[in-house]
Design a protein around this ligand. Structure first.
Ligand SMILES: [Zn+2]
Length: 254
């Protein structure tokens, strides 16, 4: 296992390298895939391989059609969820299913309750971050009577501010959402800014009530780690996708 930062580790699954975070792993089964699976050339085989990591089959993996918006889908025991339903966040109270989002520069956020009542997976690119999808997800969890202070979050590999230059259109979209956004943008000259999506999502989770020390950022920039990660910006839209997946661990009774 290669230690990165803040309790994150690369480890070897049957299909190749995968990322996990210790504090999240203490309360939920989860994984973020690497280039070993691309979810493009043979997605069904890749989802089957991912599912086996959780001891489940591909049909137990909930997938959504990501819209860069603010829609959240709920997965509850015994209730079907239409395959490919449009949403950018999934909240699950069902230990029988694995919930998943796909990324290649966009920010994957995995969330779990310390008392194992709920887990969530969030896809937050710049538009989703601007729509405060991570904040909306924690608010939706809180509405189910799980206190945000009980949550642990892991923010996985995604484009870092080192490689993410944006224009004034993106900057103005963020500033229209919240004045806090000024802190997420460093000037890069020529009417360009470096956008820090990691800090933006940390701030949103804290604003929704999470403890900052319960939020673990991998700080792995996808564009700088093409040996392990896919990057839309660095490689173009036809590159593969990484999947961030999490499953509720049924509480053990004593
Ligand atoms: Zn970078």
């Amino acid at each position: 296992m290669v230690d990165i930062a803040d309790g994150w580790h690369w480890r070897e699954e049957a299909w190749g390298a995968a990322l996990q975070q210790d504090a999240l792993g203490a309360v939920a089964a989860h994984v973020i895939t690497s280039r070993a699976l691309n979810f493009r050339t043979q997605p069904e085989a890749d989802y089957a391989a991912l599912a086996r990591t959780f001891g489940r089959s591909a049909g137990d993996v909930v997938r959504v059609t990501q819209m860069h918006g603010r829609a959240i889908v709920h997965v509850r025991p015994g209730e079907d969820v239409p395959n490919g339903i449009e949403a950018d966040a999934i909240i699950s109270t069902d230990p029988a299913r694995v919930i998943s989002v796909r990324v290649a520069d966009c920010v994957p956020v995995l969330i779990a309750d310390r008392h194992q009542r709920v887990v969530a997976a969030v896809h937050a690119g710049w538009k989703g971050t601007c729509a405060a999808i991570a904040e909306a997800t924690v608010e939706a969890i809180a509405a189910q009577d799980v206190a945000p202070g009980d949550l642990v979050a892991a923010i996985g590999p995604s484009i870092g501010s080192c490689c993410y230059q944006v224009d004034s259109r993106v900057r103005h979209s963020f500033l229209a959402m919240t004045p806090d956004a000024a802190a997420w943008m460093g000037e890069d000259g020529m009417e360009r800014w470096k956008l820090d999506l990691w800090q933006a999502n940390v701030d949103q989770l804290v604003r929704a009530g999470m403890r900052e020390d319960a939020i673990h950022v991998a700080r792995v920039c996808t564009a700088d780690h093409l040996d392990r990660c896919f990057s839309h910006r660095a490689e173009g839209p036809t590159t593969g996708r990484m999947v961030a997946a999490i499953r509720l661990r049924a509480p053990t009774r004593c």
